[in-house]
Design a protein around this ligand. Structure first.
Ligand SMILES: Nc1ncnc2c1ncn2[C@@H]1O[C@H](COP(=O)(O)OP(=O)(O)OP(=O)(O)O)[C@@H](O)[C@H]1O
Length: 313
């Protein structure tokens, strides 16, 4: 079985640390890399794809540093960057044949492989259309098809669901699930629901640091006892919204059901709720807001003597 290991991986751009001592290992399955803008997701994925060199640390594939494996490692990789280049006047078929040639697929098998990838990406019947006329969802699926051409054991996708409508998101999730057997799939996103149901493990990056890694159940344990629900009148909901990190609001018969992430019970009638990934995301990435709130309203968002680093691994 394939194992990919990041060992204290660090990337500095001049005086900016984009990735800071990240260690993690990946075996077969889907990994969801979550983080706010600028958290270091793209940097981490580009390092894994050997497009960037680390400043410190290294990446190992089955125990061997990838820089020693060189082309042997790159043959294992499929990459869908945030913006993948394509020729709008090509048909999808022509484009994929072109990429197959660039990837040095033997000409006698290239056509079959292209057909297989068209099928896997759900583009059968649309492959003879010019890419110019493709929707955002079709383009993303074409991106997956090109990444799959060399039958990669490691599939890396950077924000593959951005700009997709809900139907396309579901379609995309189903494609990823069907591809995850025998592969390491790592995909980055800041849309929690895109990985909540398909990722075997979640990695949470904040300011270049890996602050959580584990199954959804494991990582959300951090917010157990910190997620609250209560029914309040609309005016009260507004006030709570100013003071707390609100995970959800739902209007129900003149009242509002509010879901709040807070270290302390926000409201006497509030009941503890089962934590989810969105609550966790809010907990970590709404820190600044919670800090501001604490300054404004007192220690409502955090226990006394606890600081942000207490919450990180
Ligand atoms: N070439 C570069 N030169 C200088 N700083 C960079 C460079 N590339 C990225 N950075 C900085 O490194 C940090 C991490 O960037 P990165 O693109 O990896 O984050 P990200 O999580 O992928 O963000 P996004 O979701 O916006 O794509 C950011 O602060 C970014 O400004």
């Amino acid at each position: 079985m394939l194992e990919l290991t990041l060992d204290r991986l660090t990337k500095r751009y001049r005086n900016k640390i984009a990735l800071d001592q990240v260690s993690a290992s990946f075996t077969q399955g889907v990994y969801g890399l979550l983080g706010a803008n600028g958290a270091g997701k793209t940097t981490m994925l580009r390092l894994i794809c050997d497009i960037l060199d680390p400043t410190e640390g290294e990446i190992l594939c089955n125990g061997t540093p990838i820089r020693r494996l060189d082309g042997e490692y790159r043959r294992l990789l499929g990459y869908l960057p945030q913006d993948f280049g394509y020729y709008p006047d090509f048909t999808a078929l022509k484009y994929l044949m072109y990429i197959a040639a660039l990837k040095a697929l033997p000409p006698q098998t290239a056509r079959d492989k292209v057909e297989e990838c068209i099928h896997l990406a759900g583009l059968k019947g649309e492959e003879k259309q010019k890419i110019r006329g493709y929707s955002g969802g079709m383009l993303r699926r074409l991106g997956i098809a090109q990444a799959l051409l060399n039958d990669p054991r490691i599939l890396i996708m950077d924000e593959p669901t951005s700009g997709l409508d809900p139907r396309e998101r579901i379609r995309f999730r189903n494609i990823i699930s069907s591809l995850s057997r025998d592969r390491i799939i790592i995909l980055s996103t800041h849309i929690v629901s895109d990985v909540e149901y398909i990722a075997d493990e979640i990695l949470l990056l904040r300011s270049g640091r890996l602050i959580q890694k584990g199954t959804v159940t494991e990582v959300t344990e951090v917010v157990r006892g910190r997620v609250w629900e209560c029914m309040v009148p609309p005016s009260e909901a507004e006030e709570l919204g100013r003071r707390y990190a609100i995970a959800n609001l739902k209007n129900l018969e003149g009242m509002v059901k509010v879901r709040i992430v807070s270290d302390e019970k926000p409201f006497p009638q509030a009941a503890e709720a089962e934590p989810g990934l969105e609550d966790l995301y809010l907990y970590y990435f709404d820190q600044k807001d919670m800090r501001n709130l604490r300054e404004t309203y007192g220690p409502g968002g955090r226990r006394e003597n606890e600081n942000v680093s207490d919450r990180t691994l």
